[in-house]
Design a protein around this ligand. Structure first.
Ligand SMILES: [Zn+2]
Length: 81
């Protein structure tokens, strides 16, 4: 794990919880409260490898959830029969 300077502007990297936005299979996924390294000068965000792996897991899960909730849902109603 590196806690050094930003590779773009030499700013200081600070660990923060952020709203992470990343691309997964052509979709933009938002995940809240993700621990990330944020540059205090340019705002560049880095994730630790383990965090990034977890984000991918969440994205995969989310894909499953989305498929589940987009399943056609209709209410059974006796009165219209
Ligand atoms: Zn920077």
């Amino acid at each position: 794990m590196k806690t050094d300077k930003c590779e773009f502007c030499e700013g200081e990297m600070k660990q923060q919880r952020i709203l992470a936005r990343f691309r997964y299979k052509g979709q933009t996924i938002y995940v809240e409260n993700v621990p990330a390294w944020v540059c205090n000068k340019c705002g560049e965000e880095y994730f630790d490898a383990s965090v990034y792996k977890r984000l991918e897991e969440i994205a995969r899960q989310r894909e499953r959830i989305q498929r589940a909730i987009s399943f056609p849902l209709a209410e059974f109603d006796m009165t219209t029969a």
